[in-house]
Structures are given as C-alpha cells and as structure tokens.
Design a protein around this ligand. Structure first.
Ligand code: HEC
Ligand code: HEC
Length: 506
C-alpha cells in the first residue's frame, strides 16, 4: 500500500511534464481492451489488479497494472514510467521462467500496441521524461570482463552467489511478500529480459522494481557503480552463460559413448567433461494430488558412458540450496521443513519392439517402470539409493538396489548437484529390471526434488520421456521406435506421479 501511495504522488507530478520520447507506434486502447478481456484477464484480472482466477497459482504474481510498476524498463530508476517499447517487448516476448507467456505468435503487431495503450490506462501512466543512456557502452573484452568480475564479487554475490548461480544465501521476498529468487546467470534462457550486456546494464541501472534487486546507478546508494563499471559487470555477467545447460528442442537423446576399461563412478571424475551433455526442462508436476506451481529447479543435464559390463549415468542440475535435513543453513533458507534433495531416473522395464503388441493392455496403465532414486540422506550421514518398481497406479515395490548392482553417489558444488548412477547392463531379474542393449533407444525420464522448497513425495519437478542410446559400434544397426513416444509419455507420466506420490516422505 505504501508503495502505491508513493507512486501516485510521483505520477501526479508526471502529468504536468511534457514527454521527451516520441513513439514509433500508438495503440488503440479501445481495441486493446477487447483483446485484453479475451487473453489477459485470466491472470491480470478484469480491472488489471493482477487478481485474475489463475493469479493465486503463480509465483511471481501477475503484474498489478493499477500500481503502475513495471519491472523491465529502460527508463532510469527515478522515472516511474517505462517506455511503450518496454511494455511492447514484454508482451511480445513474454517473461521467461515466469507464467507470463509470449504473445508475438498469437497477436499481430498492431494488436500488441493496442494492448500497450490499454494496459497503461490502468494506472494512468504518462510517457516517461527520461530514458537510459546506452551511448557509453564498453565492448566486451577479456580486460573488461576481468574488471567486471572484481566488481561482481564485491557487489552482487550477496544475492547471486559467487558463481552467479543464484544460490540461496538469504531469503528474499518481493514487495508483495512472495519469495523471489535471484537470477542464475549461467542459464541465459531463464532471464526475464535477456543476458545481452545491454539488458544486464539496464537491469543494474534501474534495478528490478518491486523486488530486492537494487539500482546500482542511484547516487544515494553506497553500492553505486559508474556507467563504465556497470558495463564491465554486464560483460562479465553475460560471459557466465553455460551452453551445456541449454535445452535444445532437437535434443531428445542422452547419448552414451562406449569406453574401454572402468566407467567413472565419481561425479567429479574429469572424464565426464568429455561426455556429450543433453539438457531437458524440468516442469512442476501438476497432475498429482499435491499440486505445486513454484518450482525452483528448471532444467537438468545428463551424460552417460557404458562399457561391456556397466552403464554409468551422470545427472547434473542447479539447485540453490544443498538441502540436507539437519543442516541449520538449509533450515534458515527453507519454506517450512527441510526434506532431502533428491533425483530419480525412470525406465520402462521392457522396451516395446512391435506396434502389433500394444504396450498398454486394454487402456489401463498396467505396465511396469523401473525407478532409480537417490537422495542426500538425513543429517548428511549417508546418501540413500533406492530401486523401485511401479506397476500401474496400484502397486509400488521397493527392491534391494545392491542385488541389481545399482550404486549412486552425489556431490554438491557451488550451486550444482552432480549424481552418478551406475548399474550392470544386464541383471539377474530380467522381468523386473530394464536390460540395456547396445544400439537401442530406451525411454528415460527424470525427476528432481528441492527439499528446501517444500518438495517431497509428489511435489517435485519432472521431465517428459526422452531417450537414452548406447551408441553402437560402427556398422551396428540402431533400433528406433518413435511411434510409441506419444503413448509412453502419457502413460508413464501418470505412473511416474503415482509412484512418486507413494514415496511420500522418502
Ligand atoms: C498465465 C498468466 C498470464 C497471462 C495469461 C498474461 N500474463 Fe502478463 N504477466 C504474468 C506474470 C506472472 C507477470 C509477472 C512476471 C514477473 O514479475 O516476473 C506478468 C507481467 C506482465 C507485464 C509486466 C512487464 C514488466 O516489465 O513488469 C505486462 C505488460 C503483461 N504481463 C502484459 C500482459 C498482457 C497484455 C497479456 C495478455 C495478452 C498478459 N500479460 C497475459 C502472467 C500472465
Ligand atoms: C539484494 C539482492 C541483490 C543484489 C545485491 C543483486 N541482485 Fe540482481 N537480482 C536480485 C533478485 C531478487 C532478482 C530477481 C528479481 C525478479 O524477481 O525478477 C535479480 C535479478 C537480476 C537480473 C535479472 C535479469 C533478467 O532479465 O531476468 C540481473 C541481470 C541482475 N539481477 C544483475 C545483478 C548484478 C549485476 C548485481 C551486482 C551489481 C546484482 N544483480 C545484485 C537480487 C539482487
């Protein structure tokens, strides 16, 4: 409420000031309303107060347009109004890693300008009097990045962490009282705007209104940075992008290379660096009983090796907290109780080979899946490995992982978990365990739990089905059964949820 009163007073001053900026386009607010009432009300609400029917379920909350507050703008920190181009951009491109969708494929350019005109009306926003000056941009170079790094370590790490992965150092809340997470700079696709130095410079100069991300151009701030310094930091932050974490649409297969000799069973083994990474989006599980919409982990990366005896799978994911129950630091950051961080991979027990034998008997989900599960364990004493078989919704069977030869090991380092799962290619219980065959595409799915984020049991993030392929020796044929993907995705996702739910507090 306090913030709003302040805004209104600034706005009333702004009314008397003539706009400096000229606009490339002026929308029609009347037409904007028609589109808004059809497309935007669900989240932003009929009156623009951010209180649509879906609002309750999303974090961050949909913008309350009556507040006149915009997060991504290119006008200075002491200028309330964004440029029309700023609003147009967010409507067109959406705000990644939030529920704000991109509209550029759904709505024409004039329609999006009409929306800008309408949305501004909720707070009676005037055109801005000032805009950011990008003219002193320092081109990126090794020297600039080095200077930027020093400033970054001094100014940014208290929230974004030393490695820039946004590890939770303290509990941050936005002005509405909701939990916020500082951005992870190694994942450029998860930026609300982008990791182009110009965008980073703008965020540092303006801050992100409504959140604890401050302005570093505000002369009243002890942490103020000069224009040049902000460009150096922007170049450094931009350099932190890690392409191995990038999720590519065409990437649907974890490709295991064959090596001679021992497979790496330690997550820190340098051999992993040479294995080809495949990254997938983690999405919140929203079908099961305990829905949740505020995941903190958003992608997972896997690599694999095999030899004549075993397969070794490395699973890596950024997690802002090493959630080990009993750890006081984790308790301080957590929402409520701390559950262990966990990860699981899932396979069907047998790979269907022919379409003539339908995999799903009579439409029920009575086919078994194999689940390999790891968690941090209690009090950091011993990590936990579990081997589970799920048969339909009704039954989950916990088996002895040692008997199947399944071994796991996890290591947490500067905001990233690395877990290795290793097992013989073939096991004694062929009717219970997936048997790996060189050259065959085997369905694989992942799930992760962030125990500091209240994730346990059916509350977790997951991927859909992908494939793991034991890359064959030259000349060997490859079996591929793409037709089954659709069926597997639907059936197995349900099973996945059912089995996860039963795990309860594991
Ligand atoms: C599914 C929910 C949802 C729908 C539908 C939706 N939005 Fe949003 N919108 C959000 C959320 C959530 C945010 C805030 C994201 C954040 O704070 O990081 C947001 C933010 C915005 C912003 C603020 C940008 C800024 O810089 O602060 C604008 C403008 C916006 N939405 C316009 C629209 C328009 C126009 C439509 C309809 C064409 C629309 N939204 C539909 C969820 C939605
Ligand atoms: C007091 C905590 C805090 C400090 C200090 C801080 N940030 Fe942030 N930062 C945040 C939070 C919180 C967010 C996420 C805001 C949101 O919810 O959109 C954020 C988001 C960002 C983004 C968002 C990019 C995008 O498009 O999504 C950038 C860039 C950024 N910070 C850069 C920096 C840099 C560079 C520094 C140091 C000069 C810094 N921050 C210091 C808390 C902080």
């Amino acid at each position: 409420m306090k913030m709003r009163t302040k805004l209104v007073s600034i706005l009333s001053i702004a009314v008397f000031a003539a706009p400096l900026t000229s606009y490339s386009a002026q929308g029609n607010a009347e037409n904007g309303k028609k589109i808004y009432d059809k497309r935007c009300v669900w989240c932003h609400g009929e009156g623009g107060a951010g209180d649509g029917p879906a609002a309750e379920r999303v974090n961050p909350a949909p913008r309350d347009f009556t507040s006149g507050m915009y997060k991504i703008k290119t006008t200075p920190f002491d200028e309330v109004s964004p440029k029309d181009e700023d609003i147009f951009r967010m409507i067109s491109d959406g705000m990644p890693d939030s529920s704000m969708p991109p509209w550029k494929d759904m709505l024409s350019e004039p329609e999006r300008w009409d929306l800008v005109a309408y949305v501004k009306k909720f707070a009676g926003l005037e055109n801005p009097k000032k805009e950011l000056d990008f003219s002193k941009q320092i081109k990126t170079s090794a020297e600039s990045i080095e200077r930027g790094k020093k400033l970054f370590l001094d100014r940014c790490t208290e929230c974004h962490g030393e490695a820039g992965k946004g590890v939770a150092i303290k509990k941050l809340k936005d002005d509405l009282g909701f939990r916020t997470w500082p951005r992870n700079f190694t994942k450029p696709w998860a930026f609300r705007a982008s990791n182009d130095p110009k965008d980073i410079f703008a965020r540092m100069s303006v801050g992100i209104p409504g959140t604890q991300m401050p302005s570093f151009a505000d002369p009243a701030s002890k942490k103020k940075l000069t224009d040049e310094e902000r460009w150096d930091v922007a170049n450094y932050v931009s350099s932190l992008a890690d392409s191995t974490k990038e999720v590519k649409a065409e990437n649907t297969v974890v490709k295991a290379s064959r090596i001679e000799g021992e497979l790496p069973s330690d997550p820190s083994d340098p051999k992993w660096k040479e294995a080809e990474p495949s990254s997938f989006f983690l999405v919140p599980q929203i079908i099961g009983q305990e829905r949740f919409f505020t995941p903190s982990n958003n992608s997972i990366t896997s690599r694999a090796y095999y030899n004549d005896k075993d397969i070794s799978i490395l699973i890596e994911w950024d997690d802002r907290t090493a959630s080990v129950p009993g750890d006081p630091k984790a308790a301080e950051i957590a929402e409520g109780e701390v559950s262990p961080d966990a990860v699981a991979v899932q396979f069907p027990v047998t790979i269907p080979l022919e379409m003539e034998k339908p995999y799903f008997g009579h439409g029920d989900a009575a086919w078994p899946v194999n689940i390999w599960y790891w968690n941090t364990g209690q009090d950091g004493v011993a990590q936990v490995t579990k081997l589970l078989n799920a048969t339909g919704f009704a039954k989950k069977d916990e088996r002895d992982p040692a008997k199947a030869g399944l071994a796991t090991k996890g290591v947490y380092d500067k905001g990233t978990w690395r877990v290795v799962m290793k097992r013989p290619l073939v096991t004694a219980e062929k009717d219970k365990d997936i048997q790996f065959v060189e050259g065959r595409f085997t369905p694989i799915a992942f799930a992760a739990w962030d125990g500091t984020n209240g994730e346990k049991g059916s509350k977790h993030t997951m991927t859909t089905w992908y494939w793991i392929l034991l890359k064959p020796k030259a000349g060997m044929s490859v079996y591929f059964i793409p037709l089954l993907v659709a069926g597997l995705v639907v059936g197995a996702e349900l099973l996945w949820l059912a089995s996860a739910r039963k795990k309860k507090s594991s």
